[in-house]
Ligand binder design. Structure first.
Ligand SMILES: Cc1ncc(COP(=O)(O)O)c(C=O)c1O
Length: 324
């Protein structure tokens, strides 16, 4: 385990370790993904807002379509046929010298949760091709999805996991790279070496975070409270025509807005400001998905109030359209 003061830097260490361990510099990652804002992280990231007009990015950083029904080029239809996972296998096999596949286990910007078999196929493809599997769980491990690590329900193990954000109790910059024991091959190299990489306050915050997760049963709470909140969000979908889809896992929720079958980005932004005015803050992902990630320690009545605010904000923005 190696520490770093930010998620992007921990990703950078993972990329370096993959090069050292495999002797290969190439990576395969996903379009529309986010792994941090530094040049190496945007090279494997897939968001145009970070990449466009930035000049040459790292060589050998190849990309594949993510598991995302909204942008799927394989047109699987109603049910995902996992052609995106098969495509990863195809690219690894054709290219032959890709060192690492890097994926956000669950894409948190708009809450894309791949089906159960997705990672089984990817893991098998990596094993067949001598490629390492690196999972970016920076915003979602430590209970956000209802388990300590988001990959746990997929019944396979990655070669490396990158964590961050919540590791410092969400207030102190603290990230980490965890790798399989066999990847402990860099004793004579500097993968990190950052001024604040082993900050004593950061480590105290991380230990306190782990203690609170255990002592307050936050994993079970995330699953139970998350299921209740998701039920309520589904009711919002029934009462607000602008809500096209509601997704959730643990305490991570995505509320996708659309009008006439098209992403309703303007409405999403207005809903965010209408919520902010009432005291509720959240992010908008991929333009039209309201992404809610309440603290795992939230009290049930606070969560209820947050959903009341969202309900009222959606009613307001839908009303605005009628008034126009
Ligand atoms: C999936 C993912 N990876 C990497 C990062 C980068 O972390 P940091 O901002 O600490 O560099 C983030 C931050 O939002 C993230 O969500």
């Amino acid at each position: 385990m190696l520490f770093a003061p930010s998620g992007a830097l921990a990703i950078s260490m993972a990329m370096k370790l993959a090069r050292l361990a495999t002797g290969r510099h190439k990576t395969l990652s996903m379009w529309d993904s986010f792994h941090g804002a530094s040049l190496d992280a945007i090279s494997i990231g897939g968001e145009a807002a970070f990449r466009r007009n930035m000049g040459p990015l790292l060589p050998g950083t190849e990309h594949a379509p993510p598991c995302d029904p909204a942008s799927c080029p394989f047109r699987c239809g109603e049910r995902c046929a996992l052609r995106c996972a098969e495509y990863v296998d195809y690219v690894l096999d054709r290219e032959g010298d890709i060192g690492a596949v890097i994926i956000e286990t669950v894409r948190s910007t708009d809450v894309q949760v791949p089906p159960p078999d997705y990672y089984r196929i990817i893991r098998r493809a990596c094993d067949r091709n001598g490629t390492l599997l690196i999972l970016d769980e920076i915003p979602i491990c430590l209970g956000r999805t209802g388990t300590m690590f988001a990959f746990e329900p997929y019944d396979m193990l990655p070669d490396m996991v990158v964590m961050g954000k919540g590791l410092g109790g969400a207030v102190f910059p603290m990230a980490a790279l965890i790798a399989r024991r066999e990847l402990d091959v860099a004793a004579d190299r500097a993968l990190g070496h950052y001024t604040h990489e082993k900050s004593s306050i950061g480590c105290a915050a991380a230990l306190a975070t782990l203690e609170v997760i255990e002592n307050e049963g936050l994993l079970e709470k995330s699953r139970a409270q998350g299921a209740t909140a998701l039920q309520r969000l589904r009711q919002l979908k029934d009462s607000h025509p602008v809500v096209a889809d509601v997704r959730g896992i643990g305490m991570l929720f995505g509320v996708e807005l659309a009008r006439d079958g098209r992403p309703a980005s303007e409405v999403a932004e207005r809903a965010m400001y209408a919520s902010l005015a009432r005291g509720l803050s959240f992010k908008v992902g991929q333009g039209n998905v309201l992404t809610l990630s309440p603290p795992l320690t939230i009290a049930p009545d606070e969560l209820d109030r947050a959903l009341d605010i969202l309900d009222a904000a959606l009613a307001e923005v839908e009303g605005l359209r009628v008034l126009r």
